[in-house]
Design a protein around this ligand. Sequence first.
Ligand SMILES: Nc1ncnc2c1ncn2[C@@H]1O[C@H](COP(=O)(O)OP(=O)(O)O)[C@@H](O)[C@H]1O
Ligand SMILES: [Mg+2]
Length: 267
Amino acid sequence: MNRSSEANARPEMTSGGNGNDKGREADFVRLVRLSKAYQEGERRRVVLDGVSADFARGEFVALLGRSGSGKSTLLNLISGIDRPDAGQVWVAGRELTALGERERTLFRRRHIGFIFQFFNLIPTLTVIENVTLPLELEGARVNQAREDARPLLEAVGLLDRAGSWPDRLSGGEQQRVAIARALVHDPQLVLADEPTGNLDEESGRSVLALLDRLTRQAGKNLLMVTHSAESAALADRVYELHAGKLMAGSPENSVGAERRRGQGDEP
Ligand SMILES: Nc1ncnc2c1ncn2[C@@H]1O[C@H](COP(=O)(O)OP(=O)(O)O)[C@@H](O)[C@H]1O
Ligand SMILES: [Mg+2]
């Protein structure tokens, strides 16, 4: 499922020493001293203050932080929707921050999938039309796009709802459609902004399991903003945004660590 063209397009970058590890290239995403401030009347509010991090290929990274700490801002910088005041974003060996608006849009359409808290499905399009939209934006023909979308709708368990309108679906089902839409063009990088934040516990759990299966277990990168300890516990790494800085979360305190200890991993 991985696009070899991405790996081939990747120029030499610093190696974390695991460059030969299949499916776990170092530095698939590189954030270099990212800064972003917003003007609020007379005041400048610094949201990101020199954020640096490297994510290896195939990693599932959870991003925590209280409301207003800049989590969505950071995702928007990584996807190229927004631009930093200073610093660089690299994805798959391309420096997004060096691209113009149009090139960034094209890069995003090809290589990045985005999942939102409130699903953001288009209400006037059916389920399958929502899912095929990214392919059609890329110039795919309608019939081909539908062929390509069917296996994904099946994977999210909604093939039988292909012709439904989004507002006929439950929140959990809508989010599963949004996941299919985010993955239909087979992006290596998937960004999810509180994808379970608007779901009841049970739907949230099933959406999380589905996301994990279709991204990390498929060798993709997932960067997920979340408030849920359960979500963070599934991640390979946990980061927290605080006062403009990105800090490594403490895995020994995570639910995942507790669970691992519970399974006899006690240090
Ligand atoms: N376009 C904008 N203009 C001005 N301020 C903004 C803008 N986007 C975000 N902010 C401010 O930046 C801060 C971080 O916002 P955000 O990234 O949405 O936080 P989070 O997702 O962690 O809740 C907040 O104080 C927010 O009000
Ligand atoms: Mg947010």
